[in-house]
Design a protein around this ligand. Structure first.
Ligand code: SF4
Length: 395
């Protein structure tokens, strides 16, 4: 690790290295903070869209000046809540991005949205700006659970948003849901899954609730006002979702991700395959194949640096060989395709993996060269990777 330096060259592609084909843009604004959220966000009643878009233009100009034409296969506007930029804000942001980056003709361009921001005018503007995919933060359809999470939308607004998006020509639509809520929160997970399926999404992302100390939820748990869900409850919800969504024709193609055939997230699949990606905006991470860097997380500090024409670098990390092995294992084993074990003939690797196969947590295919995890194995991913990444193994 090295401290942030403001060196404008940090974001420049190394000589001969092409620009990343995947681009993430962090839009940090939220109307309020959800009880469980510890993301790099900026709570704003009025979104400073003009300042933010100018700062993105500044960061692009400083860190990615010159060089060859830059083509992207995927663009992902994540947050925060990108939809809070509204119809005109997204149009202007996309204009700024397109001045430097040319999306491929079949590019996947995703915007994350909260249901209460989805209007016919917004969808029409986003589509005209090139958006092809909508990722809607639903989280639950239970009014009590939504209120407990401090979400800004109602259950009815989720269904309305899906209808508006479909009528407006959004062909690829994903819903986010949260499972493993505390027992004290009145919510039926199976009912939420049914409600989500009834809306006909192409993709679902499911996240187990985690308790982070810095969040309102973390403070409630610390003072004993709320008890977090047990590991058993987490596993029960996760396995129930796998069963229900598989029966409904979804491929469980990554730990947290389910897609109808042909509807996998190409952007996220890039992350899991270890592809290089660029990251713009406060707190955004970037990876060029060797170096991971991330921007300052605080919105104001990021914007000031970017607007002054300085690199808003927060920190950077050069991956060691050991980092690379564990990262590759961790990312690839998240996917249904798994990873290639070139050290499978090694008795130590064999010894590690065999019990997992016998327990039904893992599969060895291609003559033992390819390892993938079952859904039960994904519940134990964090146990397996450190063992396999042991420097003594031949992986
Ligand atoms: S909308 Fe998303 S990013 Fe914003 S506070 Fe809620 S969980 Fe966090």
């Amino acid at each position: 690790m090295t401290p942030g330096s403001g060196d404008a060259a940090d974001g420049a592609a190394a000589p001969g290295r092409p620009r990343p084909r995947h681009v993430y843009v962090h839009v940090p604004f939220c109307a309020r903070r959800c009880t469980y959220c510890d993301f790099a966000i900026a709570v704003r009643r009025e979104v400073p869209a003009g300042e933010y878009i100018a700062a993105i233009a500044g960061e692009l100009g400083t860190r990615f000046a010159g060089g060859d034409a830059w083509y992207a296969d995927t663009l992902y506007l994540g947050g925060g809540t990108p939809s809070r930029l509204g119809a005109d804000g997204i149009r202007r942001l996309m204009d700024v991005l397109r001045a430097r980056i040319t999306p491929a003709p079949d590019a996947e361009v995703t915007i994350e949205a909260n249901p209460d921001d989805v209007t016919p005018a917004a969808i029409a503007a986003w589509r005209a700006a090139g958006v092809t995919r909508l990722s809607l933060g639903a989280q639950s359809f239970d009014p009590g659970a939504l209120a407990w999470m401090h979400r800004t939308h109602t259950a009815d607004q989720i269904a309305e948003a899906v209808g508006i998006a479909r009528n407006g020509g959004i062909a690829s639509l994903s819903l986010d849901l949260i499972f493993a809520l505390p027992e004290s929160v009145p919510r039926s997970w199976s009912s939420d899954l049914e409600a989500a399926l009834a809306l006909g999404p192409d993709h679902l992302s499911l996240y187990g609730l985690t308790v982070e100390g810095s969040t309102p939820l973390g403070r409630w748990v610390a003072r004993g006002a709320v008890t977090a869900a047990t590991d058993d409850r987490y596993a029960q919800d996760y396995l129930a979702a796998h069963a229900a969504l598989s029966a409904a024709g979804f491929e469980h193609y990554e730990v947290s991700s389910f897609a109808k055939p042909g509807a996998r997230s190409r952007h996220n699949s890039g992350y899991w395959s270890g592809a290089a990606y660029a990251g713009l905006g406060p707190g955004a991470h970037e990876f060029d194949g060797d170096v991971r860097r991330w921007n300052i997380g605080a919105y104001t500090a990021w914007a000031q640096r970017a607007l002054r024409g300085e690199d808003p670098l927060g920190d950077r990390e050069i991956l060691t060989d050991g980092n690379r092995v564990s990262e590759r294992l961790y990312l690839e084993l998240r996917t249904a395709a798994g990873t290639v074990l070139d050290g499978v003939a090694d008795a130590r690797v064999e010894q590690l993996v065999r019990p997992w196969v016998e327990a039904g947590w893992a599969r060895l295919e291609s003559g033992g060269a390819r390892l993938s995890l079952t859904v039960e194995g994904w519940l134990r991913l964090d146990e397996l990777v450190p063992m396999l990444a042991n420097p003594g193994s031949r992986y």
